[in-house]
Design a protein around this ligand. Sequence first.
Ligand SMILES: [Zn+2]
Length: 187
Amino acid sequence: MPPFEDSYFEFSDRPVKLRGCDCPGCSQPGDYRAPKNRDQLDQYFWFCLDHVRDYNRQWDYFAGMSVNDIETHVRKAAVWERPSWPIGGGWRAREQNIRDEVMREFFSEAADAPPPTQPMPKVERDALLLLELTPPVSFAAIKAQYRILVKRHHPDANGGSPESEERFKNINQAFTVLKHIYGTDEA
Ligand SMILES: [Zn+2]
């Protein structure tokens, strides 16, 4: 399907009053546009109100399309915020129904998603990072990891290197912070 042309809306969103209805024999002004067919949504007929209603009624635009197709189509057509074809008549009601359906699905998907978590305090995040842990973690996991790390980085196990000493100190500090945050004095 060709995309909507913005330029189209710029110069002809409001139809010229003198345009005649495209319905043969009708002398009313053609104030209401309707796409000529599904594959040429950028080409329009212009009808009077009565004839655009007839046209809409006769053309079941979404007939034979699956819900997925319709959804894709509606999204592609960008009917969400733009003025769309044509004003009044069955089109608008049908679009509204489909929009409602798509939005309902959208929001039910959103409702299934886990609620956004509270942002983690930086001190906690940094402490976990120092212990090479990725939240969410239990205090038991923190403790287990702490035990592994203090063993690995203990200065005695590393020939007393200043780097190990620094790392060891940081690990202990991080664990102290986490003990406080996770609400237990147990070590
Ligand atoms: Zn007419």
